[in-house]
Design a protein around this ligand. Sequence first.
Ligand code: RI2
Length: 312
Amino acid sequence: MFDATKRTASDIKEMKIRGAGRIARAGASAMEDFAESYRGSSLEGFKKDLDSAKDILLGSRPTAVSLWNGVQACLKDVDKASSLEEARGSVVRNAKAFVETSNNAVDAIAKIGAKRVEKGDTIMTHCNSSAAIGVIKEAHAQGKDIKVFATESRPWRQGLLTVRELSDAGVDVTLIIDSAVRMVMKDIDKVFVGADTVTSNGSLINKIGTSQLALAANEERTPFYVCTETYKFSPMTIFGDIVEIEERDCGEVARPEEIPKGVKIFNPVFDTTPAKYIDAMITEVGMISPGSVYDVMVRQFGDIILKMRDNK
Ligand code: RI2
């Protein structure tokens, strides 16, 4: 019953599906498939099995709250359903709606963010964020004659995906190693990065190394923008929960034979950029300050937040 769900979870864990937005959409689509192909006969059984499917998906990657919000969006009407068919239908409907909203959000962010790009700007981006790339491609399509420096983003080197996508779109793009960020920053006009999770106090959790871009940008007085759909805002952080930073296998950093005996490897996937280094969050509901994240979150996820509060 859970084979397809487990396949999606494993593709997410192994980074075959990656990027906070993509994993959220994949999670929602997996919930849709589960509901559509469900062969059980009782509403109670469906709710229990749906819960197990949810847990399988959420166990795949711990940091990006987008996955949690995407899966949760599919479940929001299940408790109101009075029949199995109604419950299944609500999951399918809400999953489709989430995927559509998510894709539209990336487009909206591109349009809003591109207004912040001026003709001739040199931009830096980190890792591989569809939201940040959307802004850059939109600015390029508007003829703004931009240059981009993209970080390699060790150890997975997702920067290679970024430079390919930008160069395919005709953007003048240069790949740099992660440790070149400080040196290159003096030539950068604006930084655009994506988000895996945004906390209620406006801090950003994004690919490891993001905070170095933010520090270097701050020192150079270079504006630092976060391109983030609001479903990357974490409702649990309102209640004090700490975002778990995923640590991945040491084999991603070096081959076993390269490591002297006794040497340990630490491979955190994300880091935290404090709100004070962020000039603005570019979201599908507009450009907001990090200080407004709480208010936007309450507006977007009011029901979920109330439910969480009642369960605390
Ligand atoms: P979009 C990625 O995480 C990167 O950290 C990127 O900045 C973020 O997701 C957001 O990506 P990973 O899955 O949703 O590569 O903007 O670990 O595509």
